[in-house]
Design a protein around this ligand. Sequence first.
Ligand SMILES: [Zn+2]
Ligand SMILES: [Zn+2]
Length: 238
Amino acid sequence: MKYELETIPVWEAYEADAACPLCFLAERLEKQYVKFYLGDSVMTPEIRVKVNRRGFCPHHWRALLGAGNKLGLALMAGTYIETVRETLASEQKKLTGRKGPTAKVFESSQATMIARTDDCLICERLQYTLSNYAYTVARLFTDDATFRQRFQESRGFCLTHLPFALRVGRKTLSGAEFSRYADTVFGIIDHDLAAVHEDLAQFTGQFDYRATGPVTEAMKAATPRAVAKLAGTNPTGH
Ligand SMILES: [Zn+2]
Ligand SMILES: [Zn+2]
């Protein structure tokens, strides 16, 4: 894949001071894509064919339902179900011969059914655009001193986006550039984890019988902050 620079959204994420800029961007993209698939564009034959063939993952079917355009979703789900019925009829045939399926046939049927529920047009687009964003972060860090400064003041990435950000960086930066980028990323994340750890300790310390002070809002926020760091804030995991 050839990456493209997407400077404006990346700067916006860093200006927003998000716990993980890639989670922030993924959430925004997800909303955009859900709206797209419920909008007029989905009536064009080209998109219609794609939706019928591939559909969405469980998380994004639910997101489409939650977006409040029941008619758009009904049209899309209706035609998708026609394709699903055809697939299931052929799986039924494979699995229900007189002697039952061989292990090989059974496993291939499992793979077909799992691939159907895993496949997702929204996940695919998210992954693609997010790779461009991760590329832009690495590129701006290397080429733009103002961005580098802002990046160093950020909280790095959540732990689910850390390997992803490093992989994209490794693919697009020179060895020395990557090394500098990775060193900064690990430094920032460790600093942030140390701060979260300290907040957690203060919070749990308040449950000690010797504790005297009140439980502050900052202390209460420590646990959600820790989970945001460990797991990200975007439920798709992108
Ligand atoms: Zn993240
Ligand atoms: Zn999905």
